[in-house]
Design a protein around this ligand. Structure first.
Ligand SMILES: [Zn+2]
Length: 74
C-alpha cells in the first residue's frame, strides 16, 4: 500500500509506503483521507504506478512529485 500526501499549501505531493514512520494518514478539518479538502488529502494507492498516474492527471503545473527519501517507494 502506498500513501500520497497531497499538500496544496506547499505544492508537494509526497509518496510513502504505509510502513514509513513519516506516513501518518490522519483526517483533519482541512485534509481528508481519500477525499480532497482545502489543503489536500492523504490518498491511498495499491501501486507506485497508480499513484504516479494520479499525480500526472490531477496535479497543477506547479505541483512537485516527491517520493519520500526515507521509505523510498518504488
Ligand atoms: Zn516515507
Amino acid at each position: 500500500m502506498f500513501w500520497l500526501n497531497v499538500d496544496y499549501p506547499t505544492w508537494i505531493w509526497k509518496l510513502h509506503v504505509d510502513s514509513c514512520r513519516f506516513c501518518v494518514p490522519e483526517e483533519t478539518v482541512n485534509k481528508g483521507i481519500d477525499e480532497l479538502k482545502d489543503h489536500g488529502a492523504w490518498m491511498s494507492f495499491k501501486s507506485f504506478d497508480e499513484a504516479k498516474k494520479y499525480f500526472k492527471e490531477n496535479s497543477k503545473p506547479n505541483s512537485i512529485w516527491q517520493p519520500c527519501k526515507v521509505c523510498n517507494p518504488e
